[in-house]
Write a protein that binds this ligand. Sequence first.
Ligand SMILES: Cc1cc2nc3c(=O)[nH]c(=O)nc-3n(C[C@H](O)[C@H](O)[C@H](O)COP(=O)(O)O)c2cc1C
Length: 379
Amino acid sequence: MSLTRALNIHDLRQLAKRRLPRMVFDYIDGGADDEIALATNSARFADYQLVWDALVDISEIDMSTEIMGVKTRLPFLISPTAASRLFHPRYGERAVARAAKAAGMVYSVSTLGSVSIEEIAEICPGPKLFQVYVWKDRALVDSIIRRVQKARFTGLVLTVDAPIAGNRERDPRNDFTIPPRITHRTALQALARPGYLFDLLTTPKIRPANFQDPGRAFSITNYLNEQFDRSVTWDYVRWLKKTWGGPLAIKGIAHADDARRAVEAGADCVWISNHGGRQLETARPTIDILPEIVTAVGQKAEIILDSGVRRGTDIVKALALGANAVAIGRAYLFGLAAAGEPGVARSIDILETELHRNMSLMGCRQLSDLEPRHVVRPR
Ligand SMILES: Cc1cc2nc3c(=O)[nH]c(=O)nc-3n(C[C@H](O)[C@H](O)[C@H](O)COP(=O)(O)O)c2cc1C
């Protein structure tokens, strides 16, 4: 199957699987424990049914909106993901940032990104978010924030659903490390994917680009567990908001009380996420949580939702139920792994086309036409 024949995100996943050594594919594709949250995230969207308005003039569809204070052509954005050069060793985050810029959408980069803050800013001068974790080393976070400000990022995202790393069993089973370490198992997997191996061997070593890493291949679980501060509370959000000063999102909110706490602590955006089923196993699907969070803080803060989004109908449902925007993770990573920048562009194009088609079929000309009455969840 070629990229142009990939009709949907599931097809891109298949292409990614063919291109990547198993350990790398599994790092993207996998979830925590028995992967119940992972599976439920996407499956739950299907439990909601759509209702359309007939005979509406849909000759023009406008999908533009604002995300964290900036205008954007599309109501979905790139979610931050660690070390994207693992998935495409030559370009990694560069490919994603370029494709996002070309599509006029918001890009986010992870603290654990494998391309530097400054290089991302050069590639993507428009709207972009920087994601931070709760590190023990506040001086490190402070210095990163200064760089992010200097590079004119438009928003900061604090991820709070990963105080420790989730239990992703595919990774230790595959001897997965960053950068990939040569063991009997990984060597066999890599040899089976010569295109990837060539890129890996002919490009600089994959490592976090924004801070000093241990210098050796490390298991992401051990590394995060060493570096993250398990003692922090909402005061960290207040400190971060003061230090940063600009628009702040809290990513990984799972219920209305925490959404309220986030807003009280200074967040401008509540980002409902369970990290794509990679952290707490059997986490509640985000689409189920959305309505109570909209009721709690919808008038005071922006709401972004992610986890499990694979189809335009998933995006429509979240927007109709009150999200301002939807973030995508694996949906673009599969495209990146399949073919670099054109692959990410294909992911975005697939979701944009699906969203456009669905809004047309629903008789909704603009995002504000999408209302909760358009979504039904049969008991
Ligand atoms: C391979 C991978 C790495 C990720 N790394 C990060 C990260 O560094 N920071 C973060 O906040 N979220 C990270 N996430 C979570 C995503 O930002 C997002 O919440 C999740 O992928 C959404 O679920 P989906 O993949 O089903 O769309 C990662 C997700 C994946 C799949």
